[in-house]
Ligand binder design. Structure first.
Ligand SMILES: C[S@@+](CC[C@H](N)C(=O)[O-])C[C@H]1O[C@@H](n2cnc3c(N)ncnc32)[C@H](O)[C@@H]1O
Length: 189
């Protein structure tokens, strides 16, 4: 069901990557690997997840794509085991609203992304000032067992000085899900 509902979202997000120079791509929170069938074989990928069972399923999907340069790794999106400015592209599909500390995960993506690199996000966010009583109430109930439904993306971005939005468009469910492309400048603080 998740695969069906999110397939075109993923494809649109992945289509924004330019593969001509074989970029290094980090897939944060790769889950069961629903992105794997859509990955372009010219690029180099590291897919990480904190849950071994998810990585096992992702590995099964990866085996259907032996031509891909894809390494799977157990790691925490909030404490990435990579040096600064390492990746050309970071993908965050349905992960920012899941991790306990969304800001930390975004800042880690910012850290490991090269200046001029691309951060591609698909997730559900509230807009700043959006009241959304239902979603805020739902968040109180499900945040400890599932995803958060009250993350305001702009509030996270305020704390990431080198990131700026290139594209931000509604993707699903009346704009609750958004597809966002970010770039990293040379600005350091
Ligand atoms: C909703 S799934 C999305 C998976 C995949 N990105 C997709 O689009 O289908 C969220 C994934 O994030 C992983 N996850 C949760 N917390 C994490 C963390 N701190 N670091 C890395 N992965 C995490 C979960 O194990 C799960 O596989």
């Amino acid at each position: 069901m998740v695969d069906q509902a999110t397939r075109s979202l993923r494809q649109n997000s992945l289509n924004r990557i330019c593969h001509e120079q074989s970029p290094k791509v980090l897939i944060t929170g790769i889950g069961t690997g629903l992105d794997i069938p859509m990955l372009d074989e010219r690029s180099h990928y590291i897919g990480l997840d904190i849950t071994p069972a998810m990585l096992k399923k992702a590995d099964q999907r990866a085996q259907q794509r032996p031509e891909l340069d894809l390494k799977l790794q157990l790691a925490d999106a909030m404490a990435l085991p990579f040096e600064n400015n390492h990746f050309d592209v970071v993908l965050m599909h349905l992960i920012l609203a899941i991790v306990p500390n969304s800001l930390r995960a975004l800042q880690e993506a910012e850290r490991v992304l090269k200046p001029g690199g691309q951060l591609l996000i698909v997730d559900k966010f509230l807009k700043r000032g959006q009241w959304a009583v239902g979603r805020r109430t739902l968040n109180m109930i499900i945040r400890h067992i599932a995803t958060k439904t009250n993350v305001v993306f702009e509030d996270l971005l305020d704390h990431c000085q080198s990131l700026s939005v290139v594209m931000d468009e509604p993707a699903l469910a009346n704009g609750w899900f958004r597809s966002i492309e970010i770039t990293k400048s040379n600005h350091t603080e």
